[in-house]
Design a binder for this molecule. Structure first.
Ligand SMILES: Nc1ncnc2c1ncn2[C@@H]1O[C@H](COP(=O)(O)OP(=O)(O)OP(=O)(O)O)[C@@H](O)[C@H]1O
Length: 470
C-alpha cells in the first residue's frame, strides 16, 4: 500500500492540527525521530506534542486514524492516518513512533474501533463500466485498505445490465454497515432504483403518486468507488475530492450524509429515480444520437457535439410549472395543487430543460453545490445558444451561474406538459418522435405520456462522504 512517511516537524499542521475539545484518557512520553514527545489518547482523537509546546500539538481525530501497525523491521510503530488536501482529496500518511507502550497501542486500537467506521460492507462491482477496470480498481485500491482498516466484505460482481437493480430490490442489507458500488453513475442509479422499490413496497405507500414524498431509504450508507466513464456523483458526495482512494478513505472514515434524489413520474407511475440530473430536449437528443453511433467508440461524443451545433436547435412547445421549496415545511410542499406556479410565458418555446437534484448555495462568502440540500434549480433554454446550455450543465460542479437562460431557484418540484398534438410535415413528425425521450443520469429512457413531473426527494439516501461546506 502506498503511503507517505512524515516527519512530525514537517507535518502539515493546517490539516492535522485540529482543535480537539476532549477528555484525555491516557498520556505517555514517546519518541519521534529520536526526540521525546508527549502522546495523549483522548475520546475525540490523538495528540502529539513536544514538552511544554502543547499549543503547537498535532492532532488526529479518530475517524482519520487508519491504523497503528506494530514494529516490524525498524522497531518503530507506524501510525497511518488520513490527510485531507485543500481540494478534499484524501491521502494516507504515516507517523513513525518509538518507545510506545503496548497499553497505548491497545487503547488507540480500541478508540479506532469505536470511531464509527463500518465493519461489514456489501460490495457490488461492474466489471465493464468505463474502461472495464472495475475489478482491478477494487483489488488494487480498495481491498488492501479495507483489510488494514479491519473491514469485512461480501463482494458481488454484476453479471448483466440491471443486475444491480435486482440486487438492490432483493437483498437484505440489515447485517451490513455500508453498500459499496464500484462503477459509474449508471451502476449507482440502478442500485438506487432497486433499493427504492424494495423500501417503498415494504412501506405499503402508493409510491406512484407524484404528489407524495417517497419513504426515505432506511438502508446502510452507500459509497461509490469511481470505475465508470462519468463518475459525477462520487465527486459531489466527496465535496469535490476525487479518485478511488479518496472514495475508499471516505467510506472508512464513516462520515454519512443524506443525499437528495429526483422521483420522475409519468402516467401516474414512478418512472425512475435520478441521483444526478434529469434533462429533456437537446441533452436527450445528444445521447440518442451517440447511442446510434456506438461503433465510433469514444469519438462518437465529439462527432455528436459538433453535429448538434451544425444541425441547429430542435424546439418544442411545453407548459412548465413548478412548486417552490417552502422553508420550515420539513422539505415538503402543500398537497394542494393551487400553489403550482406557471413559468411565463404559459407555453415555452424552448429546446432544453434540465435540473440537478442539488441545492446551489451562493452566499457572499461561499458558493457551492450541495447534494445534501433542500431544493434544486430548474434551467430552461430558449433564447440562449446551445453552447451556453452545455457549458452551464458541465460547469455545475464549479457553480458557475448559467448565462442568459431561464433559471428558477429554490424549486422542490416541476412538471412539463408537451403541447404538440399532430405533425404537419415530415420534419415535425421526426421531431415529435424525439419528444418521447428523456435523459436520466446519462441514460436515455422513453416516456409513455406527453407529461412528466419531477419531485425532489430530500434527505433520501444515506451516503458516505463529506459535507461540501465543511
Ligand atoms: N456484467 C454486466 N454486463 C453488461 N452490462 C453491465 C454489467 N454490469 C453492469 N452493466 C451495465 O453497465 C452500464 C454502465 O455502468 P457504469 O455506470 O458502471 O459505467 P459507465 O456507464 O461507463 O459510467 P457512467 O455511468 O459514470 O458514465 C450500466 O447501465 C449497467 O446496466
Amino acid at each position: 500500500m502506498e503511503s507517505k512517511s512524515e516527519n512530525i516537524s514537517q507535518t502539515n499542521k493546517e490539516t492535522v492540527n485540529q482543535n480537539l475539545e476532549e477528555t484525555v484518557i491516557f498520556t505517555e512520553v514517546v519518541k519521534i525521530k529520536g526526540k521525546g514527545n508527549i502522546l495523549t489518547v483522548g475520546l475525540a482523537g490523538l495528540k502529539v506534542f513536544k514538552k511544554s509546546k502543547e499549543a503547537s500539538a498535532i492532532t488526529f481525530k479518530w475517524p482519520d486514524v487508519l491504523c497503528i501497525l506494530p514494529p516490524q523491521k525498524c522497531s518503530e510503530t507506524v501510525l497511518q492516518y488520513i490527510h485531507h488536501e485543500a481540494n478534499n482529496t484524501l491521502l494516507i500518511k504515516t507517523l513513525q513512533i518509538q518507545e510506545i507502550s503496548e497499553q497505548c497501542v491497545h487503547l488507540i486500537n480500541q478508540q479506532i474501533a469505536a470511531s464509527g467506521r463500518p465493519k461489514k460492507l456489501f460490495v457490488v462491482i461492474n466489471p465493464f463500466g468505463g474502461t472495464g477496470k472495475g475489478l482491478q480498481i477494487y483489488h488494487e485500491e480498495a481491498e488492501p485498505l479495507f483489510k488494514v482498516a479491519g473491514i469485512e466484505t461480501t463482494v458481488i460482481v454484476t453479471e448483466r445490465s440491471k443486475h444491480a437493480t435486482q440486487i438492490g430490490e432483493s437483498t437484505d442489507f440489515s447485517h451490513y454497515d455500508g453498500i459499496v458500488v464500484v462503477g459509474g453513475d449508471g451502476l449507482y442509479q440502478e442500485l438506487l432504483q432497486g433499493l427504492t422499490l424494495q423500501e417503498q413496497k415494504k412501506s405499503g405507500i402508493n409510491y406512484d403518486n407524484p404528489d407524495t414524498d417517497l419513504v426515505k431509504l432506511n438502508v446502510p450508507p452507500i459509497g461509490i468507488i469511481p470505475a465508470g466513464t462519468g463518475n459525477a456523483a462520487t465527486k459531489y458526495y466527496n465535496a469535490g475530492g476525487f479518485g478511488a482512494k479518496t472514495s475508499v478513505l471516505n467510506i472508512i472514515r464513516g462520515e454519512q450524509h443524506r443525499a437528495s434524489v429526483f422521483g420522475v413520474y409519468c402516467n401516474n407511475k414512478l418512472f425512475s429515480i435520478s441521483h444526478l440530473f434529469v434533462a429533456y430536449g437537446m441533452c436527450a437528443d445528444l445521447i440518442k444520437w451517440a447511442e446510434e453511433l456506438r461503433w465510433m467508440k469514444k469519438w462518437r461524443y465529439l462527432y455528436v457535439f459538433l453535429g448538434q451545433f451544425l444541425s441547429g436547435k430542435r424546439y418544442f412547445e411545453a407548459e412548465v410549472q413548478y412548486r417552490p421549496f417552502v422553508a420550515g415545511s420539513g422539505g415538503g410542499v402543500s398537497s394542494s395543487l393551487s400553489d403550482w406556479i406557471n413559468l411565463e410565458p404559459a407555453v415555452q418555446h424552448c429546446y432544453s430543460i434540465y435540473a440537478f437534484p442539488y441545492e446551489f448555495v451562493d452566499t457572499e462568502n461561499k458558493k457551492y453545490v450541495d447534494p445534501f440540500g433542500q431544493c434544486c434549480q430548474l434551467v430552461v433554454s430558449s433564447g440562449c445558444s446551445q453552447l451556453s446550455t452545455i457549458k452551464s450543465m458541465v460547469a455545475v460542479s464549479k457553480t458557475s451561474s448559467p448565462g442568459n437562460m431561464e433559471v428558477v431557484n429554490n424549486v422542490k418540484e416541476f412538471k412539463v406538459k408537451l403541447q404538440r398534438e399532430n405533425a404537419t410535415n415530415p420534419r415535425e413528425a421526426k421531431n415529435m418522435e424525439l419528444e418521447k425521450f428523456i435523459n436520466i443520469d446519462g441514460e436515455l429512457l422513453s416516456l409513455d405520456s406527453k407529461e412528466f413531473s419531477v419531485r425532489l426527494q430530500t434527505s433520501f439516501v444515506p451516503v458516505f462522504g463529506k459535507a461540501p461546506n465543511a
